[in-house]
Design a protein around this ligand. Structure first.
Ligand code: GLA
Length: 730
């Protein structure tokens, strides 16, 4: 059992293979946090906590003679605002009598086999016998408000998950103004914050900076995960790098407003609080009701970022993604968006499909513009029936022809949105978010449907289910193309409007659950203007997400690099597009576009008829290469060999089979140089004693030579050349 309770010392200990997490129920019943870090054996870590009388840090009433005991300085597991801990808190509550705060004391705990789940929300799951659960109950004895702290321990995978449930056992209604999922205190150490910021077409850029004595916030108030701040942070020691150093990862499994606060307090304690953003959040909790927070996925690595990333890749691939395509090979697709935008008809699509099929592409995806009066992004969203002007006879003949070419068929939808110019909006203007008597903010000229409403969910479910039931659609790209503003539901009373943002997210999850359950053979791909909703909660419903609307391979390297810290390659939608690139105007070789897109789910987004014969052959080769290395890439261990943030003139990364038997080394020169120094990289993760042979050559290298000496690429120049080197253990 990975969870232990020592009754005599009142210690609760969670053990994974390489980490330990420990808590103490103290003499007053507070739940103290003692330790999270490298595995320690048979330890009571309370010896590390020193209590001293600190000015302006008051004391709980029963400890008043003991002025060295203060909630304001103690490391704790979950704290409420208003009762003496002046740092950032997990909970802010207005009690039934108008007072603020909850004085939480331990009342008991339960240890269970298996991983807990969270009602109506995605969470990490256990594949059988690999996880244990600890539930600790704390209670305010006056208001009888409880918080139940959930811990899921995946021992072998070095993962600990956390979530909270707030339960009103009292007799008066309370209001939650903030209900975070977790609080983690780190009493000692000097830390850097690594986070993943960005913008549309430039998601998940890595930034690293030392913490300062302040409260730093990584957040989104856009009603969605956002391109701007991924809900994922790493705290690492100042010297940490890919292979060395202490690193803590915290990833929020949620797709709405989120907030991660990191405070360095007066005594250098670092506290992280992660959860739903408290902006426009207010949850009414009546007697006997409970509120479940989303989950945080935590991991600790004593050996730098690579191990931390591998831990996340494993848990996401095996315990977050679900369904038929979770671990199965996924079809190589061609998407018509950048080839046609809105300007297409059946003939044009079939022309693209025919050529793609001939090149070896396995699935045709029809993007935006096939429904309603959708001739631009100003109209038609919400009308999920075929535009017969573009597609005479509907989807059936088109799909039939495409299937006859030996290809699957996929389609684009954006179920959460509606245009003013649509039949749906004309029939139900109150189904879209807007504040009473005001014009709403427009985003891409569209409005957001109020998914907190059951009738809206049902209507959209019926429309999409009909589409999928009546047609042989084997893939769905689920898009979401604007931020939420004017979040107001015409179906909710005044005092519950603060619940709407979260209820919207729950409504979206419910729709995703219903559709994925009803259509288990459909491969879903998430999307939000590219990677604006890239988070583990979406990955619970769709095993891949379009990584970015930026398909320029040189920019994509940075985006995929940042994304790789938390998410596996099998989740990153990546396509080869036309050159010059539509987003940046840059011209790059087809080979380089292929090498970069292959470090994702791989597909094409261009008109293959516009390729020269030579380029078509190159595409055939790419498809063969991707298929050959499919499992190595999708299931292998991913190693970042260079850091694009450091501005080197090349980037390199590598895949190693889980058993060390095969390696694929990738290199792209991002800024060609005259008379350049040779490109040299040290490989990682090989078997040092084994011999590896390079594809198509007699050359043999030992694993140790490649790792400690390295590999030198032959000199190349030109515009953004790239190379792949494949080695097999002999
Ligand atoms: C978003 C997506 C694109 C494309 C367009 C269609 O921007 O990210 O890939 O599907 O919508 O409107």
């Amino acid at each position: 059992m990975s969870i232990r309770y020592d009754e005599s010392q009142k210690l609760l200990t969670l053990d994974t293979k390489r980490s330990t997490y420990q808590m103490l129920v103290d003499q007053y019943g507070f739940l103290q946090h003692l330790y999270y870090g490298r595995k320690v054996e048979k330890a009571n870590m309370s010896y590390m906590t020193g209590n001293y009388d600190r000015g302006f840090s008051g004391n709980p009433y029963e400890a008043k003679e003991n002025r060295s005991f203060s909630l304001d300085t103690l490391p704790q597991e979950y704290t409420s605002f208003g009762v003496g801990d002046f740092r950032i808190n997990g909970l802010s509550v207005v009690n039934g009598d108008g007072s603020y705060g909850a004085d939480f004391r331990y009342v008991g705990h339960r240890i269970e086999q298996g991983k807990y789940s969270i009602p109506n929300m995605p969470s990490v799951y256990d594949n059988g016998g690999e996880a244990d659960t600890l539930i600790i109950t704390l209670m305010d004895h006056v208001t009888r408000l409880q918080v139940r702290l959930y811990y899921g321990v995946f021992e072998e995978k070095d993962i600990i998950t956390r979530a909270a449930e707030i339960v009103n056992v009292g007799s008066l209604p309370v209001k939650l103004e903030k209900a975070a999922s977790m609080c983690l205190d780190m009493p000692f150490g000097q830390w850097d914050l690594v986070h993943f910021h960005g913008r549309h077409c430039m998601e998940r850029q890595v930034e690293r900076a030392p913490l300062i004595h302040s409260i730093q916030t990584i957040a989104s108030k856009r009603g969605m995960t956002s391109h701007h701040h991924n809900p994922f942070i790493i705290l690492c020691d100042h010297e940490a790098n890919e292979d060395h150093g202490d690193c803590y990862g915290m990833m929020f499994m949620y797709s709405g407003n989120h907030k991660t606060e990191i405070e360095v307090d007066q005594l250098e304690n670092v506290r992280v609080v992660m959860g739903i953003h408290d902006a426009q959040f207010m949850w009414n909790l009546n007697p006997h009701e409970s509120f479940h927070t989303p989950e945080v996925i935590m991991t600790y690595s004593a050996n730098g970022f690579t191990t931390l990333s591998h831990n996340y890749h494993t848990i996401i691939r095996h315990n977050v993604c679900r369904g038929k395509y979770k671990l199965a090979s996924r079809p190589i697709l061609i998407n018509n968006w950048e080839a046609t935008y809105f300007d297409f008809n059946s003939e044009k699509l079939l022309h693209i499909a025919r050529q793609a099929a001939e090149l070896g592409v396995e699935m045709f995806v029809l993007d935006d513009g096939w429904f309603g009066a959708r001739n631009s992004d100003n109209e038609g969203l919400g009308d999920w029936y075929v535009n017969e002007q573009k597609l005479p006879g509907g989807l059936t003949p088109l799909i039939k022809e495409i299937n006859n070419m030996g290809m699957k068929f996929g389609i684009w939808i954006e179920p959460e949105m509606v245009n003013e110019n649509s039949n749906l909006y004309r029939a139900h203007p109150d189904w879209a978010f807007s504040a009473p008597n005001r014009h709403p903010m427009m985003g891409r000229n569209q409005l957001v449907l109020d998914f907190s409403r059951q009738d809206v969910q049902d209507y959209i479910y019926d429309a999409i289910a009909k589409l999928l039931a009546e047609n042989n659609i084997e893939y769905v790209k689920w898009d979401m193309n604007r931020s939420l503003a004017d979040v107001y539901s015409y179906q909710m009373p005044r005092e519950r409007q603060g619940e709407v943002s979260h209820r919207y997210v729950l409504g979206v999850y419910k729709l995703m659950q219903r559709l994925t359950e009803r259509f288990p053979n459909v491969l879903f791909e998430g999307c939000s203007g590219g990677g604006g909703r890239f988070d583990p909660a979406i990955l619970y419903y769709s095993p891949q997400i379009w990584c970015s609307d930026d398909t320029d391979p040189i920019e994509r390297i940075k985006i995929q690099y940042g994304t790789s810290f938390g998410y596996p390659v099998s989740t990153m939608g990546a396509h080869v597009s036309a050159s010059p690139n539509h987003q940046t105007g840059r011209t790059t070789p087809l080979n380089t576009r292929g090498v970069v897109a292959m470090s994702g789910t791989f597909g094409y987004e261009l008109d293959p008829n516009k390729l020269s014969e030579e380029e078509k052959n190159e595409v055939r080769r790419q498809i063969a290469t991707f298929k050959k290395y499919y499992w190595l890439i999708q299931d292998g261990l991913y190693y970042r060999l260079t850091n694009p943030e450091r501005g080197s003139y090349y980037d390199a990364w590598q895949f190693v089979a889980q058993d060390g038997s095969e390696v694929l080394l990738n290199m792209v020169m991002n800024s060609p140089q005259p008379n350049a120094a040779q490109i040299h990289v040290r490989l990682k993760g090989l078997d040092p004693d084994a011999l590896y042979q390079m594809d198509g050559e007699d050359r043999v290298f030992s694993g140790s030579a490649l790792m400690y000496g390295g590999y030198t690429f032959p000199l190349v120049n030109g515009d953004y050349p790239s190379m792949q080197v494949h080695l097999v253990r002999i």
